[in-house]
Design a protein around this ligand. Structure first.
Ligand code: M6R
Length: 616
């Protein structure tokens, strides 16, 4: 949720840190701060608001040159987003600085104990206790900052990534990780820490993934990783296969626009290497044997937000292809209702970031019940795939905009792959039927591209909708999750009330909302595949239009039945019914992005949101 960068080397630490924070700003942007050490003195600057405010402060009040530093962008959990609560936080003497991502659950007790011992805590944050505890432990730990941090970590409860520097060890940065992400970037004569690799990708593509409950000590010439108990820890070095330009805007006004445009490539990359010449699927990271896959008698999907909508779509694909009963649940609700899980239940955790705490906790609950867990994830080596039995990576590349676009499309592709793969292994459908669908799947990059070529009128339409008080989205079958996704995009980007409904529910209540001029977006199923459903939704369009709604209809090419009832018609290519969401979602992404732009809102960093929600 917060962005963290650490650096030790020969360059100006502040330049590296601020550049890293810029790349991580999508993680949180309530406030930002930095700390550096120069000649045995700790220096900090911090400011509420976006990173630009901190940069302005640094320009007005520069820090002395330093080759050791760290920085933070915050998404507030404890304490308002003010200068005072911005990170770094210091001990009483201003010798130790700490930045933090996560929540320290026992901070109130620790704070009380520290105050009893005479410490003066100046912020409302949970983080500040760590600075004071580190200060207390520094001498007893033999002035070894890593050892002091290990001692402190053993006393903390909750989820945290911590990074700290100390005025008296000016060539060291230390970090700790429990349940929140932290990655080491390994350079030549310099080393980095980051909440994710975007923080240091401009400098090195060699990374080390820290595991749970590990402490890292970073020096110019080396990296030492231990457990919280001080034992040498096993680490996984890896090479990052995307470069800095992939995380830049590449000429687009917003990352979101760039990421929408990247969808054909993202879908193609997610399919690449997984379809054999005979149409058979190969999922190399599946890591569950065919026998294990044959034992599955129930599938439960857990995810949040947009990933949950991909999960809803997975149910249609999984039940159709495999005939295995499939449930979909919002991850934050899952473990609190005592779900029925057995060894033969497969839990599928879908997450772009692989760090969403609600999804991670659902996954852990499933593992405690001995269920097998399959992750569908975009970030290589993140916590969710690491803790899962199997993984299918979506190869969307880095998604920076808070609103998920290309990650969603690739999640939808991945769930299709999983459903078809299970059908292949379990023999629930004929091989040629699977191969025919796989061939259709392989054409989707081109078809998404065709949709992107025709969205200009959607932009113009969006500009006419900015004064609407509410927008309704209707869909049936796989169009229903698309309707939910369209509504979510509009809420998070254009700060507008929007609701997605199954169109069949209209007459059970929502139709009362229809009034003159109310925009209603309708996703129309293919007339070919399920004509009854198609005809029913055409009736639904007529019903809302008769009551004054302004209808915006997304329908396949050649579907003439919708024409008389559509105030605005958006055409998408004809594809098999289960694949239609890959196309129908795209105009809705464009609609929301354009409405937010027209309203003057920050498209990439909508208010109150963070890219990865790493607290529950
Ligand atoms: O990283 P995850 O896929 O686990 O994130 C889940 C949701 O937080 C995320 O999809 C969120 O709803 C997006 N902002 C939607 O655009």
């Amino acid at each position: 949720m917060c962005g963290i960068v650490g650096y030790v080397g020969d360059r100006q630490a502040l330049d590296v840190v601020v550049e890293g924070l810029r790349r991580l700003e999508y993680r949180g942007y309530d406030s930002a701060g930095v700390a550096t050490v120069t000649a045995g003195v700790l220096h900090t600057r911090k400011r509420a608001g976006k990173l630009g405010n901190l940069e302005k402060m640094l320009a007005e009040s520069p820090l002395p040159a330093s080759t050791v530093g760290m920085g933070h962008t915050r998404w507030a959990t404890h304490g308002a987003p003010t200068d005072r609560n911005a990170h770094p936080h210091l001990d009483d003497d201003g010798r130790v600085a700490v930045i933090h991502n996560g929540i320290i659950e026992n901070f109130a007790t620790l704070r009380h104990e520290l105050e009893q011992r005479g410490h003066d805590l100046r912020s409302d944050t949970d983080t500040e206790v760590v600075a004071h505890l580190l200060s207390e432990e520094f001498e007893p730990a033999g002035r070894d900052l890593a050892e002091a941090l290990r001692r402190v970590c053993r006393r903390l409860e909750g989820a945290f990534t911590l990074v700290a520097v100390h005025a008296e060890v000016p060539d060291v940065v230390v970090g700790a990780r429990r349940n929140s992400p932290l990655v080491v970037g390994v350079g030549a004569g310099e080393n980095f820490l980051g909440s994710d690799v975007a923080a240091f990708i401009a400098h090195t593509r060699e990374a080390i993934e820290l595991g749970q409950d590990q402490v890292v000590e970073l020096r110019r010439d080396g990296v030492t990783v231990t457990t919280f108990d001080g034992e040498p820890a096993e680490v996984r070095p890896y090479h990052v296969d995307w470069d800095a330009s992939a995380a830049e805007k590449g000429g687009y006004d917003h990352f979101m626009l760039k990421e929408i445009a990247e969808q054909p490539r993202a879908v193609a990359d997610t399919l690449r290497g997984r379809i054999g010449p005979d149409g058979r699927l190969h999922l190399d990271e599946m890591r569950l044997s065919d026998d294990e896959l044959r034992e599955i008698d129930k599938i439960v999907i857990v995810a949040c937000g947009t990933a949950y909508h991909a999960g809803l779509l997975a149910k249609y694909a999984i039940e159709h292809w495999t005939r295995i009963p499939c449930e979909v649940e919002t991850a934050s609700e899952f473990r609190y209702r005592d779900p029925i899980l057995t060894r033969s239940t497969l839990v599928v955790a879908i997450s772009q970031s692989g760090e969403t705490m609600d999804t991670l906790m659902a996954l852990r609950h499933a593992k405690e019940q001995r269920s097998r867990v399959l992750a569908i994830c975009n970030v290589n080596g993140s916590t969710i795939p690491r803790e899962s039995d199997a993984v299918v990576y979506t190869h969307a590349g880095p998604e920076v905009a808070v609103a998920s676009t290309k990650a969603f499309l690739t999640q939808v592709v991945a769930v299709q792959l999983v459903a078809l793969y299970l059908a292949q292994v379990r023999g629930t459908k004929w091989g040629d039927e699977i191969a025919a669908h796989v061939r259709e799947l392989a054409t989707m990059p081109e078809k998404v591209d065709q949709v992107l070529d025709t969205v200009e009128p959607v932009r113009a339409l969006a500009r006419t909708l900015v004064d609407a008080r509410t927008v309704l989205f209707l869909g049936r079958h796989v169009g229903y999750p698309v309707a939910l996704e369209g509504a979510l995009k509009l809420k998070e980007l254009a700060y507008m009330h929007a609701e997605g409904f199954p169109a069949g529910e209209l007459k059970h209540g929502p139709i009362a909302l229809i009034e003159d001029g109310l925009p209603v977006v309708v996703i129309v199923p293919s007339p070919a595949a399920r004509s009854v459903l198609h005809d029913k939704i055409v009736s639904n369009i007529q019903e809302v239009r008769a009551r004054g709604a302004r209808t915006i209809v997304i329908a396949e090419e050649g579907d003439a039945a919708v024409e008389p009832y559509a105030d605005h018609l958006v055409r998408i290519p004809r594809v098999p019914v289960l694949l239609q969401p890959l196309l129908a979602t795209v105009p809705l992404q464009v609609l929301a992005c354009e409405m937010a732009t027209a309203k003057g809102y920050d498209v990439d960093q909508p208010r109150n949101l963070a890219k990865s929600v790493t607290v529950e």
